[in-house]
Design a protein around this ligand. Structure first.
Ligand SMILES: [Zn+2]
Length: 193
């Protein structure tokens, strides 16, 4: 992919913020902000790839909703969009419902959502939100170690430094991946009733 224009420094995430906010620990205390890195491919060679990130503020709209309002405000049903998100944390119930609604209204948007952590995965409301997202065609994935490296290389003000993964990155990925897959298995069992 060729990018439309070089990324300016202010468009990149501060490396300390990245290392804190994206750390895939089981208990995410102090991480009350969501970072959302996005890639949008409209499938046209001359149009390049849109790339950037959003972070939510305490009082303002969540990053997920800001994406549809600010980053992709105009939808053209003649265009096939491939959208990839890398989020520090999976969406809250309200955002999951909003994303599902946005995808149902934008049939030619194919979305894959990677997250570093699952937000409140024990909550039924959250699981219902994630199920609604899957049903709207959104692929849900946990970030693997290679995805953290990719986000570092692509979205972080990395000063050409190589990213060193934290020690338990793979284990934490497996922990969250299992929760995400178990949710699917649970839904499958329910659908067999
Ligand atoms: Zn939200």
């Amino acid at each position: 992919h060729n990018l439309r224009e070089p990324f300016s420094h202010s468009d990149r995430i501060d490396p300390f913020q990245f290392k804190f906010q994206f750390k895939n620990v089981e208990y995410s205390s102090g991480r009350n902000k969501t970072f959302l890195c996005y890639l949008v491919d409209k499938g046209r060679a001359d149009d390049g790839l849109m790339r950037g990130y959003l972070e939510d503020e305490h009082s303002g709209a969540h990053a997920e909703q800001a994406f549809f309002l600010q980053t992709l405000p105009d939808y053209d049903p003649a265009v096939k969009y491939t959208v990839t998100w890398y989020m520090s944390s999976s969406p809250c119930a309200a955002c999951a419902a909003k994303i599902a609604e946005a995808l149902r209204a934008r049939k030619t948007v194919k979305m894959t959502l990677f997250s570093a952590r699952l937000f409140e995965w024990e909550e039924q409301e959250i699981q219902a939100g994630l199920n609604a997202l899957s049903q709207a065609g959104c692929k849900l994935r946990m970030m693997k170690p290679m995805d953290f490296t990719y986000v570092w290389d692509t979205f972080v003000e990395n000063n050409d430094l190589t990213f060193t993964l934290w020690e338990d990155c793979q284990d934490n990925y497996e922990y969250y991946h299992e929760k995400l897959v178990c949710r699917d298995a649970h839904r499958y069992l329910q659908s067999q009733d």
